[in-house]
Ligand binder design. Structure first.
Ligand code: GLN
Length: 544
């Protein structure tokens, strides 16, 4: 049976609970344990799919098409696991299930209450999502003391009792601030946060104390005394300059040893050599490139979390420091493409809504005509197709029907019917549910032999990449665009959908309908991003 580690947060939000949990997953894996990770989110949205990236950061898409919290991206990148629909439960999803059961009469007329019905649903969701892993890490979103997280806290409290001490551990992440005016480290917020947790009935076994400097022993003793936690288990989680240093850092502070000891396991020491290689490469780049990132949510760094990470990973695997130059596509519309001229490569990421689209089309045009390496992702492919149709094929009014429903030439359009991997037929139209009308999750793409895309994917014949979009390349324009020189380098398994386009008379212009960033990992890197960064380096050399 699996053992469980429940991770809560206190004092303030944004302490990096997701990354700390994922890093713990990574070091337990490095000791030979199989792990699984689950995120419980106390908000009422049924899934994060319709939440604004400004507020909530990116929507991370799993292989099986769940639109989830961005923390699942950290789990996949650090712990090399594949998350799924059963890796993320929000309060909304739990309530939805309980209400559906009540409507079906499954509670036999009982009064349906938070305790036991909601808590039972949370507990069974967790217990049914273990994937038979040795260790299941369960992260609870939010901060202790939030009203909405209470049913989740109560559920993990009950699970702790039911599973017993050798099967369940509680880790609490807090902040230990340094107050410059007093020249002192303050432990009081941590004491209060643990007090709050104990009021709910949860006694943490381990405290991870985020701090900007190592916490002196006297302060750790004070925290241990007031919180009833072993001194050894009060751990300073000191700020580091790069997230991929955290597995090594937490290991050096003894975190995996404490967990292994508390669970009574006998395991070989952690082998973190692959993480050390990642850090070594990050710290000693041999080259630098500047990539223009032409987007709409550029101020909000979390809105493109996986994509930014994928570029870092490509840097790790090409010994290159990748500097991302954020360019607001609105600004290109107002001021023109001059601001793109010193870049080594251009990237247009995914996006929704018409604001800034013309600027993105201008960026694709600039990259094509100036032979600057271009990577288009999802919307970034769609704008490249629109640009080609307008300026090479001469269809001046070509557009996506998402942005101009009346365009005479909808080169990107809504496909109203398509076949899922399981053979089922799905239908959608403009009125479909926002969350329910998208092509979502991993699908197979066949790479066309001899294309640049196939070369970038190291000669693979088929790849599996994740989708999240509503609109598609309109096949009514396929022949015309191909005759005008556009190369189709990847198609869906049934040949019905265009998945990748490229240009033959250009050093590196590849755009894909899927999101390769979701499958990029620091230790392996991703072939498409590696190839793109190499193309940026080559372009930089050509310029000199
Ligand atoms: N808005 C476009 C669509 O829905 C692109 C989506 C995306 O880039 N993820 O098809």
């Amino acid at each position: 049976m699996s053992r469980f580690i429940f991770i809560t947060g206190g004092v303030v939000s944004s302490l990096g609970k997701g990354i700390a949990s994922a890093s713990l997953g990574a070091i337990l894996q490095a000791r030979g344990l199989s792990i699984n990770m689950i995120k419980l989110d106390p908000y009422i949205n049924v899934d994060p799919g319709t939440m604004s990236p400004f507020q909530h950061g990116e929507v991370f898409v799993t292989d099986d098409g769940a639109e989830t919290d961005l923390d699942l991206g950290h789990y996949e990148r650090f712990a090399a696991i594949k998350s799924s629909q059963s890796s993320n439960y929000t309060a909304g999803r739990i309530y939805e299930r309980v209400i559906a059961k009540e409507r079906r009469g499954e509670y036999l007329g009982a009064t349906v209450q938070v305790i036991p019905h909601i808590t039972d649903e949370i507990k069974s969701s967790v217990l049914n999502s273990t994937n038979d892993a040795d260790i299941v890490l369960v992260e609870i979103g939010g901060t202790v003391g939030d009203i909405e997280s209470l049913p989740f806290m109560e559920s993990i409290r009950q699970l702790g009792v039911e599973l017993g001490h050798d099967k369940a551990l509680f880790i609490h992440l807090t902040l230990v601030p340094y107050i410059p005016a007093a020249g002192e480290i303050k432990t009081k917020p941590t004491q209060h946060s643990v007090k709050e947790l104990r009021t709910i009935g949860i006694q943490p076994d381990i405290l991870l104390c985020r701090a900007d400097r190592p916490i002196p022993d006297d302060e750790r003793k004070k925290i241990a005394l007031f919180t009833n936690v072993d001194l050894d288990s009060v751990i300073s989680a000191v700020d580091v300059d790069h997230i991929y240093k955290i597995p090594r850092e937490l290991h050096e502070r003894g975190l995996d040893d404490i967990v292994v000891k508390k669970f009574g396991l006998d395991l070989p020491p952690a082998d973190l050599s692959d993480w050390d290689e990642v850090v070594e490469s990050l710290e000693h780049p041999q080259h630098t490139v500047s990539i223009g990132f032409v987007g709409k949510y550029i101020e909000h760094t979390d809105a493109y979390k996986s994509l930014n990470e994928a570029l870092v990973h490509a840097g790790i695997h090409t010994h290159t420091q990748v500097n991302v130059v954020k360019i607001d596509s609105d600004l290109i519309e107002d001021e023109g493409t001059d601001m793109l001229k010193d870049l080594d490569a251009i990237l247009v990421p995914g996006g929704f809504g018409s604001r800034g689209v013309e600027g993105k089309i201008m960026a694709a045009n600039f990259a094509r005509t100036h032979k600057v390496p271009y990577l288009g992702i999802c919307l970034g492919m769609q704008v490249a197709v629109i640009e080609y149709a307008r300026n090479v094929l001469g269809l001046d009014k070509a557009h996506s029907s998402e942005f101009n429903p009346k365009t005479p030439d909808p080169v990107i359009a809504l496909i109203t019917e398509w076949k899922n991997i399981d053979g089922s037929i799905e239908k959608r139209d403009e009125h479909s549910d926002l969350g329910g009308s998208m092509r979502l999750g991993a699908q197979t793409c066949k790479l066309v032999p001899g294309t640049k895309a196939q070369k970038a994917y190291e000669g693979a014949e088929q790849i599996h990449e994740r989708h999240r979009h509503r609109f598609e390349f309109n096949n009514n324009y396929l022949d015309a665009l191909q005759n005008a020189g556009l190369v189709i380098s990847g198609v869906s398994l049934d040949n019905e959908l265009v998945e990748i386009i490229e240009l033959s008379d250009h050093p590196w212009f590849i755009a894909c309908q899927f999101h390769p960033e979701f499958t990029s990992q620091p230790r392996e890197g991703h072939p498409l991003f590696n190839s793109y960064v190499r193309a940026a380096l080559a372009h930089q050399q050509d310029k000199h």
